[in-house]
Design a protein around this ligand. Structure first.
Ligand code: SAH
Length: 352
């Protein structure tokens, strides 16, 4: 590692706020050796904070209807080839029942921005899940809403919210989204979620068209300022029915490097080895853990809809039952020295 990079890394480890230039130094053409050094540091920090325990989240992709038209996403409204579905409350509750039986203590409701799921319907769903599974955490990932809606969901019992900022650079944001979506609104949503007491997740894709060391530096600056409890990072993967169909996929090595940087910057962060990472590379999720991640989010959606929540091509969605998938995950985590645990897996508060 060159001296300049090493200095910036030391500053980051000391908890200093890095300047744009310092971030750019850290992000400029990382070598394999740089990645190795960072992964080692990040792993050590994760082990100090959470041990060898890996938290699992049961992901329920409950609707793929979406009113938005993000250029990268396979379930964008303009994709007329997407086969649309939404789960009923009963079907969602059944996913939770199966998941609970298997040892999941967090459920993540993720979906497109589907107007069918009004605040009223969401509140009913949140209450239903929290009443039936009081020992579980509930995470929402349903996009941008007004403060009143976020507050009502929180009141109804939602604990966490995932809303990747996608990119912290305004021009880059506009390259990835149609004009009706605003980078400022997305960031405001994240700040609101934090204010309302959600454990909040931001994040971004790696290798989206137009991404540069400068935009990545802006992402890291934004994360350093927001201090989210969770950060989702995965490679961009093209989908054949989107405007970005011919764009190259994001780099797995750079994704892992960024996971390590995030762990070093935010030692207690809940950091998933994402599905996109597992799709881009066969041992992607394991590599994610070895780079500092401590969360995996297996799919709990019913098998008949799993093949329809296609944000990108070749998404891993085996016909496997949740139970079998989980057994395999436990075995693969064990093979690298980690243990999948039955736990809500909350953000570690500032206790000594
Ligand atoms: N509607 C919700 C959930 C979006 S899907 C929301 O707006 O937050 C969850 C994440 O998948 C997105 O935030 C995006 O970062 C990621 N994603 C979408 N399309 C992708 C693609 N083509 N490749 C990789 N990740 C993608």
């Amino acid at each position: 590692m060159n001296l300049e990079k090493e200095k910036c890394l030391n500053a980051l480890e000391e908890g200093e706020i890095l300047s744009r230039d310092q971030w750019k130094i850290l992000l400029q053409a990382p070598t394999k050796e740089d990645a190795r050094i960072l992964a080692e540091k990040a792993s050590k920090i994760r082990d100090q904070q959470y041990g060898k325990r890996i938290f699992i989240r049961g992901l329920i992709e409950f609707t793929n209807y979406c009113k938005n038209d993000c250029y990268y996403c396979g379930i964008r409204r303009s994709n007329l080839h997407a086969s649309r579905y939404r789960l009923t409350q009963e079907e969602i509750m059944e996913c939770c029942r199966i998941g609970h039986e298997l040892g999941f203590r967090t459920f993540v409701l993720q979906g497109g921005e589907d107007p069918y799921f009004t605040d009223e319907r969401m509140i009913c769903l949140i209450r239903g899940i929290k009443e039936a599974f009081p020992d579980c955490a509930l995470t929402l990932s349903i996009g941008e809403k007004e403060r009143e809606s976020y507050a009502a969901f929180r009141q109804a019992g939602a604990d966490r919210y995932l809303l990747r900022h996608e990119t912290a650079d305004d021009d880059h944001y506009r390259l990835l989204h149609p004009p009706e979506l605003s980078p400022k609104h997305r960031k405001d949503c994240l700040r609101t979620l934090k204010e309302l007491g959600y454990q909040t997740g931001a994040g971004f894709m790696v290798g989206t068209p137009g991404q540069t060391p400068d935009t990545l530096a802006a992402d890291m600056e934004f994360l350093q300022e927001l201090k989210p409890e969770m950060v989702g990072i995965g490679p961009f993967l093209p989908h054949h029915d989107t405007p970005f169909r011919h764009q190259p996929a994001g780099d797995v090595g750079l994704t892992l490097y960024l996971l390590s940087l995030v762990r070093i910057m935010l030692p207690k962060v809940l950091l998933p080895a994402t599905t996109a990472l597992g799709t881009a590379s066969e041992d992607g999720r394991e590599a994610g853990i070895l780079s500092g991640a401590n969360v995996v989010m297996p799919n709990l959606s019913p098998e008949n809809v799993r093949g329809k929540y296609l944000l990108y091509d070749n998404k891993i969605c085996t016909g496997k039952e949740a139970a079998q998938g989980l057994e395999e995950l436990k075995a693969s985590m064990a093979s690298i020295g980690y243990q999948v645990v039955v736990d809500r897996g909350d953000y570690k508060k500032n206790t000594a």
